[in-house]
Design a protein around this ligand. Structure first.
Ligand SMILES: *[C@@H]1O[C@H](CO)[C@@H](O)[C@H](O)[C@H]1NC(C)=O
Ligand SMILES: *[C@@H]1O[C@H](CO)[C@@H](O)[C@H](O)[C@H]1NC(C)=O
Ligand SMILES: *[C@@H]1O[C@H](CO)[C@@H](O)[C@H](O)[C@H]1NC(C)=O
Ligand SMILES: *[C@@H]1O[C@H](CO)[C@@H](O)[C@H](O)[C@H]1NC(C)=O
Ligand SMILES: *[C@@H]1O[C@H](CO)[C@@H](O)[C@H](O)[C@H]1NC(C)=O
Ligand SMILES: *[C@@H]1O[C@H](CO)[C@@H](O)[C@H](O)[C@H]1NC(C)=O
Length: 510
């Protein structure tokens, strides 16, 4: 893709303008009951010119699919593995099995190893406070020992709640790492600097807005309307992303590393599951973000600088925990089946372009589960619906969501269908003691899509296998929902800086 882009640039003489946002990355999470084959996903990435991916573990089937491509990869040591990685020998084994095994010619273009995922989130109650730095050190030292440390850097993707500004001075220039973790943050950033590794932070303006009706909506986006002025630097902020990013820059500066590169590990906007989560808002968000990135606008504290970002996320993931909110399963720029949700122009020129959808997607047959119109005793409908929802995904039914307008029976049918699809259209999963019925008629209504799930992969050859990677949803939907992949806990992140600003904003709106 780089080649053809360059070619276009030459023939069209668009020299100075980039063909796309420089090095736009995406998070590829796997907490879904049904997933596209990794090779299909890799094709999707290539078709859309996505040159960087961030993973939440070191899934070998995904790495195999990425082998031989130019796509830059960030692998991850999961939070559960952090403790084990405090043992240097274990870290060396990890690097050998999951990194150097793939770095041969024609292998995987690994650039980063993420050590943990938002390990210092307040919701974790300090569980990873003593293991993250030793794990980081061991992984980087193992990379160095293996001779790949010059090109592969270990770092830690942090939630934005590792830093904040004091209430009495709630401005980006006053940013500092949280006092309860300052000592370990200082050790970590010193070590990152020594190894020329970047600082990674996840920034979520959506979460500033979520559940916070006082937050000025326009300030979450990039199209102006509201702004605040930092009383110390005089810098004007027109969006919470810049304010948050600069709070991070200030926190690094206060820790002695004002020049450290900052990578945004996750950024995005969900499209369902909340009144603010819809495709119109996601479209508005990315329509502001992408041109800003393409123009290398930077932020007031780092003007004119390139910002490396990984969009969150590639697909909707129906098995994610909804502890943070119903929107958590809907962060994809693509639907669960790899289809674009709204126009996006990766060139950053803001044109009305559609992303390329996944090709040759294999679906289950066109069959849905609905409420049986002939059922007489309907007293158990509510209970059966609750059961179906508990074991599948009803996050689109809530207030402000895409299926909220369905009538009572429509909602029950929606729940029944989700459960039926989750269970690969097993007839028994549409029985509900006679209350459910299979239909071949598409019962979607308006904005509410009654989906057909993806065909599950063929079962592994040996029946004795217990790898747990099979998407047999009955077991995986509950077990994988506790998976740590992607922020499964309330991300206070952006809302911190956001919240701190509210008081100020009330007085300072320009
Ligand atoms: C490699 O990574 C996988 C998946 O993240 C993990 O389960 C496995 O234990 C790692 N291998 C070693 C030898 O540590
Ligand atoms: C953190 O503590 C709270 C309250 O004590 C508890 O509800 C929660 O489950 C804990 N979380 C973790 C990840 O240990
Ligand atoms: C981390 O270490 C400190 C100091 O040794 C100790 O007080 C604390 O309990 C430890 N935390 C965990 C989660 O192990
Ligand atoms: C974008 O293009 C599609 C068709 O290609 C059209 O339906 C849609 O209205 C356009 N949207 C805008 C905002 O121009
Ligand atoms: C659904 O889950 C809730 C909470 O876990 C539980 O209390 C309830 O009994 C479940 N309902 C059904 C019908 O399974
Ligand atoms: C069912 O209908 C909806 C809306 O009319 C449409 O978007 C969807 O693609 C259809 N599903 C199938 C499997 O044909």
């Amino acid at each position: 893709m780089v080649g053809s882009c360059l070619f276009l640039r030459i023939i069209l003489f668009v020299g100075v303008l980039g063909c796309r946002v420089n090095g736009l990355g995406v998070n590829w999470g796997t907490v879904a009951s049904h997933q596209l084959p990794p090779k299909t996903t890799v094709k999707l990435l290539k078709d859309n010119g996505i040159l960087k991916v961030k993973l939440f573990d070191a899934d070998n089937t995904i790495l195999d699919a990425l082998a031989g491509t130019d796509i830059e990869v960030m692998l991850a040591v999961s939070n559960q593995e952090l403790k084990t990685m405090t043992d240097f020998d274990k870290a060396k084994e990890w690097v050998k099995a999951n990194v150097t095994k793939y770095t041969n010619k024609g292998g995987v273009n690994i650039k980063f190893v993420a050590v943990g995922n938002e390990p210092f989130l307040k919701a974790y109650n300090g569980s990873h406070i003593n293991t993250t730095f030793p794990a980081l050190k061991n992984i980087q030292n193992a990379l160095n020992d293996a001779g790949v440390g010059d090109t592969i850097k270990a770092t830690v993707p942090f939630n934005a709640d590792v830093y904040d500004s004091p209430d009495k001075n709630p401005y980006p220039s006053a940013g500092k790492f949280r006092t309860d973790i300052f000592a370990t943050m200082k050790e970590i950033v010193d070590f990152l600097a020594e190894n020329k590794a970047p600082f990674i932070v996840n920034i979520y303006p959506f979460l500033s807005l979520y559940g916070n009706d006082d937050f000025p909506v326009d300030y979450a986006f990039f199209d102006g309307g509201k702004s605040i002025v930092d009383s110390v630097t005089g810098n004007k902020y027109t969006d919470v992303f810049d304010a948050n990013y600069d709070t991070c820059v200030s926190a690094l500066k206060a820790a002695g590393h004002g020049d450290m590169p900052v990578v945004v590990g996750e950024i995005g906007w969900p499209t369902d599951g909340d009144k603010m989560a819809n495709t119109a808002n996601a479209f508005r968000y990315y329509s502001g973000l992408l041109p800003k990135l393409a123009a290398d606008k930077g932020t007031p504290l780092r003007p004119g600088s390139y910002i490396e970002v990984y969009m969150f996320s590639l697909f909707d993931e129906d098995s994610k925990s909804i502890d943070p909110g119903n929107f958590e399963k809907h962060w994809g720029i693509f639907t669960y089946d790899g289809q674009p949700k709204f126009p996006m122009d990766f060139s950053g020129k803001g044109e009305n372009k559609t992303l390329v959808g996944a090709k040759d997607v294999k679906y289950l047959p066109k069959k849905w589960c609905t409420v049986n119109p002939d059922a007489t005793d309907t007293s158990k409908l509510a209970e059966k619906m609750q059961f179906a929802c508990n074991k599948s995904d009803c996050t689109s039914l809530g207030f402000g969501s895409s299926c909220n307008k369905l009538d009572g029976n429509g909602k029950v049918s929606y729940a029944f269908n989700m459960y039926y699809q989750m269970n690969n259209q097993d007839d028994r999963a549409c029985d509900f003691q006679g209350l459910g019925k299979v239909t071949t008629e598409n019962i979607s209504q308006g904005t509410c899509n009654f989906l057909i799930q993806l065909e599950p992969p063929p079962p592994p050859p040996q029946s004795s296998s217990s790898s747990g990677s099979s998407p047999d949803s009955k077991s995986s939907s509950s077990s994988s929902s506790s998976s740590p992949s992607s922020h499964a806990y309330p991300s206070l992140s952006a809302s911190l800086v956001g919240l701190a600003f509210i008081a100020v904003l009330t007085f300072m709106l320009v």
